[in-house]
Design a protein. Sequence first.
Length: 408
Amino acid sequence: MVSRMFLSLIILANLIWAYSDFVYLTAYKDTMIFRAYDYYILKKDDGVSSLKIYYEIPHGKLFYHKENNAFINRHTIVARLYQKRQLITEKAFTKSTQVPTYEQTLSYNETHIDSIMLNFPTLELKNANLNCQVELTDQVASKTYKYVLPIKISSFDIYLNLFKNRRINPSQTYQKSTLATETLGVKIYLTPTNISGCSLIIYSEDLKKLRLLNEYFAFSIEKFSSEYFYSITPQLFVTNKAGQYQILAKFLDEKNNLLFSSTKTFEIRGSIFEDEKLYEELVNRLIYIATEKEIKKLKKVPPVARESSWRAFWAQFDPHSRLKLTEQEYFAKIRYCDENFSRGDRGYKSDRAKIYMKYGEPDYIERQPFEPYYYASEVWYYYGLGKKFIFLDLHGFGEYTLYSEQKI
């Protein structure tokens, strides 16, 4: 029998051989710690431009440690701004966030929103394609994520950012159910010349067929770079369907002649049965109870029939039937998997989730931390079934792969 140490060395050697190419080819592959980002650039009269990047991270993607009565994450960001291959500027930042409860550290709905700012000499080239290479290191987990954020310089030095409740909204999404109590807003950043006003128009998903807003407001230009905030009445969207919308800002001179325009797309999300992405994800989570054919069928149901088809699907699992499973019980298990197997792992899609969904909570878990020549491991014991399952963290990032199933 091959010893555990020898097996570890064999696997490690293969990983080093394969992983060297993997890192090289995907050095800046998006590992999805960022949910979204947005930015604007302001030119100053001293020949310097400022790039401000907003980023949004779900709390569940970060690692926390407890300090006094709070859970705190600290992370560093190194940002390097390139035009083609030429480094324009770089800067390091130290950031932190804290939440009061452990449950919030696991949440993917609550997010941390922050920003970084880079100053650089004003570029003469219009419509330049810049890249901001970002390295974010979670200091609690000693784990680094690498990204390339494309930055496009506006032809007319105009940028639109969307806000929710007077707070930047990098994801540019809003929930229809809470629109009545939320404040939607758009902030316009510009380096003006002869602009005297702006006409703000909002279109529905089928662009230019449903105009929800067409309002003019004047600018009072008193400085080289200016910011203007405009609140949008949320009732505009309450009676309209969920989906994509577009803001069109037309900038006018003093004679109301069009100088140039800028657009921004945002999304209003409806109920889970109205929202394409949320509904598809909901159906995907049926993988442990539905056949592939049933999942495909549910995905093809038109929006108006989704809720009734969903109820019909769950009717076959009536508590009085032989399966004795309810929708609430099933998704409680899915939620448990997402909350407990997502730190570096794949949540409800992980190997541990597959065993948990099939056999339930183990009677005992034996955990072995990482040591030289040994992988971190978990051994799950099910004494009543006479089984144990061995999971290994092969990459050191918290993703536990099912290594073997054995009898006990």
